[in-house]
Design a protein around this ligand. Sequence first.
Ligand code: CA
Length: 198
Amino acid sequence: MVVAVGILAFAASGAEGQEIVLHNGDTLDGLKMTWDGQNPKARLETNTDKQFISEGSGSIFAGSVAPEGTDHTSYVAFRFPVDPLDMKNHALAFEVWSSEPENTLAFHVRGLNAQGKIVAGWGSWFRPLVFNAQTMMLVPGTASGKLRWEEPNIEAPESDIVFLEFIVGSRSWGQAYNMYVDNIRLEPTKAPTKTPSE
Ligand SMILES: [Ca+2]
């Protein structure tokens, strides 16, 4: 029984090898709309439509309508604070959808420091979101699935990540574009590498 207690204590300590939920999408707790806050068409809401939920009772919806009469890319995004992220042995994982995949040209995920500088960033300008659920697993320094590592955008590689930001962009002027995101979490990538002992 002593062994069992020992294992339990290890599991409860939040040690490496465990999934850590960063935002479950069931509420708007901690979320702030960024990038397109001044556009009256921009919305940040808790979605309860089950086809865009992978966990619990809700997911995060952010969407807008790209304004007409401009040639600028329109962006809408949300941001939330996190405890400094340990990305060494973890991937940033989540499910993501778009109900307007044709209009949703760009998708970026960024880890930011306390000053809002980019510590980690992944993205694509090739309509990476689709109507059906995709699980994305992002690892710093590497392209992950449809997203590339945005090395040129990194501003503060040595900083702690204390905010996460999810961004969608559109050049379909006059059209709706959006993302649904759920169960944002850290997942273990591998067991920590041991230094060979001599
Ligand atoms: Ca959820």
